[in-house]
Design a protein around this ligand. Structure first.
Ligand code: 6PG
Length: 616
């Protein structure tokens, strides 16, 4: 049934909806979500069809706001579709004219279903700040589609800059099958790390960019984007491993299949099931919780992806597959997704099962791995072993390394072990002379005062390290609490002086953090305002619950830029804090739950500090 309401009002539309509900029956009560669609006139029909098809599995009220001519008198033309081709949904098309085109939120508010989740979808170019837009602020989930926008790379940068939990993009949804196939390919022997990856696709392909970002975040290895010809879409992915590459290469015969080849097994043909717009949207509507893996791929992985060469040059160099492997195509008909028609629920469930395993692995990796040792000394020795390796890697690749030290007894234990190795000649001088040392926090007391973290490091043997004096970056000292803010600013300026263009801190290779019994890290204490600082790399602390009261600390944005965050914890008095921090995430009452490295987070624990972990 279709009911047209020209030059109407939202209250008239609301009344008509109610009348139709009674006329058409109780099915209207089965709505589980409100889908808000904002679209220009020329995309309206396609968007309505896709939204209607996508909600066949999720009965919804679909409010389609068509921004017609923004000039002239304000007017609202409405059309209500229920039953028949509207399937299990009810569709309300609202054509806005004049100044109404700038009042989307006030037009739709009276038509929202009470107590039902709201999903906003922009089939065309969305506002720059999606979550901050009037409709974005109303929605629990916000769906954009960089694929259909001009300059997709710019769109992804905006998605990152204005990201809020609940955002996702259909370019990401479309590569679900590629992600499932790649994840599955790593699920069987030989089990070995991926040492590098290359994603080949046409220039500015947002799905390829997000796929590359996901690989960079998940595999924590170098990932390169290789450019194929314009219009070639997403072409292939290569995962490099010691035993040989895994290649997923789309076939070029239009059957929506790919060849998956890996050392030790015959190349096989797999269906790609490239989803239609409606299927892609339906996939997105199945989940109302924030898609954190998308956020990781977009915000942490994508910035790590490097720009490679063209496909032909990379293929000549053997860095990417030249084309699909020769495979036995006799059973192609049974594999092509066109032959399969829509994916069977079991196949979709299988994909999702693999995705869930991969995402669980990713989440564990992001929460941080735990390494437990008999005692504090063993923790310190192993930390220094690994630290020396990281320093060598960083100096070998970038010519320098930046380490952030911690105070406390763990900080002292690490420094004592380092100094011992320096005195016995076990620290390679030429390498460690390129190392810069910083502190994660400092007590704001006079220079040389025994309470200072750097004074305790000096006492532990810092001067024996083959580190240049000018590379030891001490937080400015003082005694007047009023000067702590100025000291924090000077430390921030010193960090910025050694930072790459546009960043506030140097490329921090390893940040070491002690954890207090209250789960504080650096001088970020539970519930304190410094945890909320987003626009500075350092902050002054005036009333530390742990003496001395005045301090300077790195902030979470600074710590979050670290490649690796190592939490060094020993002692039974920390066991509860460790369990708490590992059992939650980004809780300002648990500062240790708010820090993680871009590539790695490791909890280095003695057995006493790990004692409560198995009870989480
Ligand atoms: O500035 C500080 O007060 C210390 O740096 C402190 O934050 C320390 O790192 C933790 O309390 C863990 O101490 P332990 O290393 O002794 O466990």
């Amino acid at each position: 049934m279709i009911r047209d309401l020209p030059s109407t009002s939202t209250s008239a539309v609301s009344k008509e909806l109610l009348r139709l509900r009674n006329e058409v029956g109780a099915m209207a009560m089965g709505r589980v979500l409100t889908l808000l669609v904002t679209v220009d006139e020329d995309q309206a029909d396609a968007a309505i069809r896709a939204a209607n098809d996508a909600t066949r599995q999720h009965p919804a009220r679909i409010l389609v706001l068509v921004l017609a001519n923004s000039r002239g008198r304000g007017r609202l033309d409405a059309q209500i579709r229920v039953g028949g081709d509207a399937g299990a949904s009810e569709i309300v098309v609202l054509r806005l004219y004049g100044d109404l085109t700038r009042q989307e939120a006030s037009v739709v508010t009276p038509l929202l279903l009470p107590d039902s989740p709201i999903v906003a979808w922009w089939p065309g170019e969305p506002p720059a700040d999606v979550a901050g837009s009037p409709l974005g602020q109303m929605a629990h989930r916000r769906i954009t589609d960089a694929t259909v926008c001009p300059r997709p790379a710019t769109q992804l940068k905006r998605r990152d800059r204005h990201y809020a939990p609940g955002d996702s993009d259909l370019a990401w949804t479309r590569i679900t099958r590629w992600r499932a196939l790649l994840a599955a390919s790593l699920e069987s022997a030989p089990f070995e790390p991926v040492t590098g990856a290359a994603v080949t696709a046409e220039p500015d392909h947002p799905g390829a960019a997000l796929l590359a970002g996901w690989l960079a975040a998940m595999l924590r290895c170098p990932v390169t984007r290789v450019r194929s010809a314009a219009g070639s879409g997403l072409v292939s992915v290569r995962l490099e491993r010691v035993s040989g590459p895994i290649d997923l290469v789309r076939t070029e015969d239009g059957t929506d299949t790919a060849t998956l080849s890996r050392v030790g097994s015959l190349p096989r043909l797999v269906a790609l099931h490239t989803p239609s717009l409606a299927q892609t949207l339906a996939d997105e509507l199945r989940r109302l919780d924030p898609d954190e893996v998308y956020a990781v791929a977009l915000r942490e992985g994508l910035p790590l992806v490097s720009r490679g060469s063209t496909r032909s040059r990379a293929a000549q160099a053997g860095d990417v597959p030249a084309g699909p492997e020769d495979v036995d195509t006799s059973d192609r008909a049974s594999v092509s997704s066109r032959a399969l028609g829509r994916r069977s629920p079991s196949e979709r469930a299988a994909d999702e099962a693999v995705q869930a395993r991969v995402e669980e692995a990713l989440e564990t990796a992001r929460a941080g791995e735990v390494r437990t040792f008999p005692d504090k000394g063993a923790v310190a020795r192993t930390v220094v072993d690994e630290l020396d390796r990281r320093v060598h890697d960083a100096v070998a690749t970038r010519g320098q390394a930046h380490l952030v030290l911690t105070g406390g007894s763990m900080g002292t234990a690490v420094m004592e072990d380092l100094a011992g190795r320096a005195r016995s000649g076990d620290l390679e001088r030429a390498v460690w002379q390129q190392v810069h040392l910083w502190w994660g926090d400092e007590r704001f007391v006079p220079e040389g005062h025994e309470d200072r973290n750097d004074a305790q490091a000096d006492d532990a043997g810092l001067g024996d390290l083959p580190v240049r004096r000018e590379h030891v970056h001490r937080v400015p000292a003082g005694s007047d609490p009023e000067q702590a803010t100025e000291a924090a600013a000077r430390y921030a300026a010193e960090l910025a002086r050694h930072a790459p263009e546009g960043s506030g801190v140097p490329e921090l290779d390893v940040v070491m953090l002690g954890v207090g019994p209250d789960a504080h890290v650096a001088s970020l204490f539970p519930g304190r305002p410094q945890l909320g600082v987003e626009d500075r790399t350092t902050a002054a602390v005036g009333d530390s619950p742990k003496p001395p009261p005045t301090r300077v600390t790195l902030t979470l944005p600074a710590l979050a830029q670290a490649s690796a965050v190592w939490l060094l914890v020993a002692g039974a008095d920390k066991a509860e804090a460790v369990a708490l921090a590992r059992g939650t995430r980004d809780d300002p009452q648990v500062p240790a739950s708010c820090v993680r490295g871009r590539h790695e987070t490791v909890w280095w624990l003695d057995e006493a500090a790990a004692a409560s972990l198995d009870q989480v």
